[in-house]
Design a protein around this ligand. Structure first.
Ligand SMILES: Cc1ncc(COP(=O)(O)O)c(C=O)c1O
Length: 450
């Protein structure tokens, strides 16, 4: 934290271009503040932001003694030292969850949770299509079918109103994804789950400390799953966790992730239950244990910067920040907004992103319509899936991808920046805002550029 605050400092003022800001006037409405004189970098102007962004992941020398101590102790496996349980207790406490189980990854946290919530071969799970592909793969791992609710273009998360029409007699669970650390509308989702007696497994793999109505994501359904992979806000290379307010469920998760061994309330004789090895190591836990405070401090910085961006780029016609559910707080694993080329003289999203990147602001379109990529076709054309579902069901399932109009809109119009950018200072954020304004002012010229 200190590193980048002192390094980046507060001495920089907004770029020279901002001094030349002018009111753009009637073309795009009276509230548009635009950098009339400053040329976009792609047209030969000076980039709005210079000097890069905080690197990720980050190392702290202060972490070294604990890691060395763990390695020297030769207690590396989860069962032989206390770091993993210390981490689990601390993480549960930070989230105000009753229990936590650390796992090898976010994917394995999802796999374990689906098994424990009794998702079996031939079952269906309602999932968000707008997510990292691991959400799909975890469901496929159970030989179940990921059935997609549509995405709400305003929130980028699962639209609760589109869930019930997808429920069949085979549906066992709903898996909402708090994508980019933005909470789903969990009251609505939980109410549907309760009505149809479905389990709720939150994919909170990007949502450490995100809050919905005063409670943390990952504690709002039956089980919540987290990832600590290297890009994440609390990284350990690989790693994951499951949180819950049910001790019994976490004990079952523990058994399944530990080769089927008995745990706590989940007792039996001999090899009484199935299991796998999805254990985390002590080394990962040592890294994670030392990052609680860093995570909390950086979350506050990301939130403040995201609020500033939303309040300002949201004033630029054609840029729509996301809407969060009432009384909720995101943690912004990515900072997304939706882009409308019509307000930029028809400048395509690809060209807009190129122009923004040239301003020194890395950005991307993030997720495609991944259900057309091939993995689901491979699954439903496999021997196993053909045995488990009728040809008619597999056809209607495949056809249903074309109904995901909200998700298509989101995939076609979203632009996002990565979380490390939100660790910049206020002047960095102002430079991003200025970059977008510059691009809009000069969009007609940018359209003509190859
Ligand atoms: C939404 C989502 N779900 C699941 C995962 C899987 O986590 P892991 O990479 O730790 O297996 C990720 C990781 O990027 C994710 O972003």
């Amino acid at each position: 934290m200190k590193d980048y605050l002192t390094r980046r400092g507060f001495i920089r003022t907004t770029a020279a271009g901002s001094a030349a800001l002018t009111w753009l006037g009637a073309r795009r409405g009276p509230n548009v503040f635009a950098a009339g004189a400053a040329k976009p970098a792609l047209l030969g102007g000076t980039p709005a932001h210079k000097g890069g962004w905080a690197s990720w992941p980050q190392w702290r020398e202060a972490w070294e003694p604990k890691l060395l101590e763990m390695y020297r102790s030769c207690k590396w496996f989860r069962g032989s030292g206390s770091n993993v349980t210390d981490f689990e207790n601390g993480y549960a406490q930070m989230l105000d969850a009753k229990k936590c189980l650390a796992t090898a990854s976010g994917t394995t946290a999802l796999i374990v949770s689906l098994h424990v919530m009794d998702v079996d071969a031939g079952d269906e799970v309602i999932c968000s299509p707008y997510t990292f592909i691991a959400s799909y793969n975890a469901i496929l791992n159970s030989k179940a079918l990921p059935v997609f609710a549509d995405t709400d273009p305003a929130t980028l998360t699962m639209a609760p109103a589109t869930i019930e029409s997808r429920i069949t007699e085979r549906t066992r669970a709903i898996m909402p994804v708090h994508i980019f650390g933005m909470p789903c509308d969990m009251d609505a989702i939980n109410a549907i789950a309760k009505k149809h007696k479905l389990a709720v497994i939150e994919d909170a793999c990007q949502a450490w400390l995100a809050e919905y109505k005063g409670r943390k994501c990952g504690t709002l359904g039956d089980l919540g799953c987290f990832s600590f992979q290297e890009s994440k806000h609390i990284p350990s290379g690989e790693g994951g966790a499951i949180t819950s307010n049910s001790e019994e469920l976490i004990d079952k998760c523990n058994s399944f992730h530990n080769c089927g061994r008995a745990c706590g309330t989940n007792q039996g004789t001999g090899s009484f239950t199935r299991g796998n090895n999805y254990r985390i190591t002590q080394a990962q836990a040592v890294l994670l244990l030392q990052q609680f405070e860093k995570l909390q401090k950086e979350t506050a910085i990301r939130r403040a910067n995201a609020d500033h961006l939303s309040a300002n780029i949201g004033k630029i016609p054609g840029i729509t920040p996301v809407r969060l559910p009432e009384n909720s707080r995101a943690v912004w694993h990515l900072y997304p907004f939706r882009y409308n080329p019509a307000q930029f003289d028809g400048l395509s999203r690809e060209k807009f992103m190129k122009a923004l990147q040239a301003e020194g602001v890395p950005c991307s379109a993030v997720y495609r319509e991944q259900y057309f990529d091939g993995l689901l076709d491979e699954a439903i054309n496999s021997r196993g899936y053909k045995r488990l579902w009728s040809a008619a069901r597999l056809k209607s399932y495949r056809d249903s991808f074309n109904d995901l109009k909200g998700n298509k809109q989101v995939c076609d119009t979203t632009v996002a920046m990565t979380q490390n950018i939100l660790l910049g200072d206020r002047s960095d954020m102002d430079q991003i805002i200025e970059a977008v304004r510059k691009i809009q002012t000069h969009s007609a010229e940018l359209v003509k550029r190859a």
